[in-house]
Design a protein around this ligand. Structure first.
Ligand SMILES: Nc1ncnc2c1ncn2[C@@H]1O[C@H](COP(=O)(O)OP(=O)(O)O)[C@@H](O)[C@H]1O
Ligand SMILES: O=C(OP(=O)(O)O)[C@H](O)COP(=O)(O)O
Length: 398
């Protein structure tokens, strides 16, 4: 998917206009406080551009899954405050349970160029996720132009992500453009050798990505919980590690396909095995052939780390999606940490899919060293599967 021919904000004459901007402000919260504002920071270049170009900015987002009902737990008010702090500027908040009710209408109508208004959580309305025509029109009536910059929600066809483009002059924002440029270049025109590292819990979540990347990469590295289904298919004892029994045949097929396409597929040769997935578990490292029958594989071992980091060192492009082990538990975070470290030290173009791998890279302090960390988990996964994302498809061509 390319965005070369998609309308950019420069293609709209935004001066004096009221621009509705869909962002992904679906940020993690704890007791009403934002615990990670990366998605908010990632949206700022678009907002700043529009302000500089003399537009009035009306921001929209969802937060969590309130299932079509107003629920203060999912209010975007803390987000309005955080944007204000980051921009050092007042951000008005339309605390309107109908999202587009009288309060929002009055505030939008009074908004002047250079001012910012954030609407309430668009998922307070059940119509949002149905891409309902009337709700799209209600949203459209608040502004005069539409910019979609919600990459993290680009895999959803909702009123605020796709519907609006039918009713207002529309363009993409800088974040969507940046995400698609990095992810798209890796898929379409990667500098070689191209290494993909896939981990995380389940094979079933990653089948599409494995299949799509199989035709493009030189080396496919498998780690995390899903590696054990592949190892079992190869005949190894995997004890009580994560196993998707119904994906064993598929795992065999994928390994055969890799061999037939000259793709090197690397699987763990050693593993950390624990008696439980918990902080106080007893654990040790074993070669795969010595895996105990009652052990649970929770991380890749040092020899595997050696092999994986060697492949990363030789790569010119690396795409990483999914942790190498149960990194939430410190004792099992080593594989994920070492892979992150190898990526940080590499001169290659390094692209991190969103979700847990992005969180891990940030937690471990390697974020600055990566070429691009996606703000979308599900969205980057679907992008890497080669799917057309509706939020991007809806942006008109130039
Ligand atoms: N060996 C393992 N056994 C069980 N769970 C694992 C293992 N390795 C990784 N995980 C878990 O996988 C989860 C992340 O998987 P997933 O959601 O697929 O990744 P992502 O969000 O990066 O796509 C993490 O919670 C992690 O603890
Ligand atoms: O956080 C999001 O998804 P992600 O955790 O897969 O990145 C997006 O905001 C989409 O949210 P949704 O999966 O409730 O539609």
């Amino acid at each position: 998917m390319s965005v070369l021919h998609k309308k950019r904000m420069e293609d709209l004459k935004v001066s004096g206009e009221k621009v509705l901007v869909r962002c992904d402000f679906n940020v993690p919260m704890k007791e009403g406080s934002i615990t990670d504002d990366i998605r908010i920071r990632a949206a700022l270049p678009t907002v700043e551009y529009l302000l500089k170009e003399n537009a009035a900015v009306i921001l929209m987002s969802h937060l969590g899954r309130p299932k079509g009902e107003a629920n203060p737990k999912y209010s975007l008010k803390p987000v309005a405050q955080r944007i204000g702090e980051l921009l050092n500027k007042q951000v008005l908040f339309a605390d309107d349970n109908l999202v587009t009710g009288e309060t929002a209408q009055q505030m939008a109508s009074a908004l002047k160029p250079g001012e910012i208004l954030l609407l309430q959580n668009v998922r307070y309305r059940k119509e949002e996720e149905k891409n309902d025509t009337l709700f799209s029109k209600e949203l459209a009536s608040l502004g005069t132009m539409y910019v979609n910059d919600a990459f993290g929600t680009a895999h959803r066809a909702h009123c605020s992500t796709t519907g609006l483009a039918e009713y207002l002059p529309a363009a993409m924002g800088f974040l969507i453009e940046r995400e698609v440029q990095f992810l798209g270049k890796a898929l379409e025109n990667p500098e070689k050798p191209f290494v993909a590292i896939l981990g995380g819990a389940k094979v079933s979540d990653k089948i599409g990505v494995i299949e799509n990347l199989m035709t493009k990469v030189d080396i496919l590295i498998i780690g995390g919980g899903m590696a054990y289904t592949f190892l079992k298919a190869k005949g190894f004892e995997i004890g009580k590690s994560l196993l998707e029994e119904d994906k064993l045949d598929l795992a065999t097929e994928l390994m055969e396909k890799a061999a037939a396409s000259n793709v090197t597929m690397l699987l763990p040769v050693d593993t950390v095995t624990a008696d439980a997935v918990s902080e106080d578990a007893a654990y040790k490292t074993v070669m795969m052939e010595n895996m105990p029958v009652d052990g649970i594989g929770v991380d890749i071992g040092p020899e595997t780390i050696n092999q994986y980091t060697k492949a990363i060192k030789e790569a010119k492009t690396v795409v990483w999606n999914g942790p190498m082990g149960v990194f939430e538990i410190n004792a099992f975070a080593n594989g994920t940490r070492e892979v992150a470290k190898a990526l940080a030290a590499s001169d290659a173009v390094t692209i991190i899919g969103g979700g847990d791998s992005a969180a891990a890279v940030e937690q471990l302090g390697f974020a600055e060293a990566m070429t691009h960390i996606s703000t979308g988990g599900g969205a980057s996964l679907e992008f890497l599967e080669g799917k057309l994302l509706p939020g991007i498809a809806a942006i008109p061509e130039k």
